[in-house]
Design a protein around this ligand. Sequence first.
Ligand SMILES: [Zn+2]
Length: 308
Amino acid sequence: MNNINLNKNICPLCDTEVNENNKVDIVENIWKNYKNVYECPNCKLYFIDEPSQEELDFLYKSDFYIRNNNPLYKFIDNRMKYARALNRFNYIKKFIKKSDNLNVLEIGASNGLLLSLFKKENFNVFGYELNENARKTANKKYGINMKEDFLQDKDINKDKYDIIIMSHILEHFTNPKYILNNIHKFIRGGINSILFIEIPYTPNYKIASKEDMKIFFETEHTVHFNEKNISALIEKCNFKILDICYSEYNIMDSLKKNIWLGKLDFKSLVPFLYYISKICFNPNNSFIDYKISDKFNFGKNIRIIAGN
Ligand SMILES: [Zn+2]
């Protein structure tokens, strides 16, 4: 993804300058070169040294994300993705006043699963996705033609889209402010216009251990939000927040860390199997939304609906 106007010693959200004292950790895998993690002394955003274009292309244009070809794993992964998409779809729909002739745009639409749910209910769907194989799957499986990179698209229409979706995308950009300011130009405006953002929640050192914090930083994410700084960012980009909540797996806390890490121990096998049956037979109930609170656990996401 593109890195525009980024000075790596400046907080990408509030422009506060950071220095040696603001380094809190180092990420040594994921990227080709190790990255410092900074904590902005003003807005408390965690962010890393700017990745190179080569590092970003490796993550997003290659098939880095296909990690496991085991058929059982793939089956469970697909059911989980469907449950998650359905849950997002139903959440977004609560904020849509009418449903005919609305244009839905998803940035980073992967293989088009979430868009396909909108398509089934007669929304006009549009998507951007950097990964070529994912775009091909979207075309083959759901008949959705997606474009590659919205930042490079000279033909993208201003004021065209009623619903814009960015699900687990914003934390991958090194300059989320630039991205959201751009998005603002494409949204149509008015009562039916909404922006949906979902991002992983990152705790802080007051509530999580150094070891647990490292797990959050050792991801492909270049910025790590909490509900306060993501809200500040969205408002800075002239959107108005209509709803903000947490969303997570509807399971016991101890299992959330295992799912996050992709590790299962013997003790969590039975509750995990119970959860798989829920995903298969009651998918919409396999994720829950709830009010913002101070409780820390793994697998928590922040969901936001904003108008303009
Ligand atoms: Zn800041």
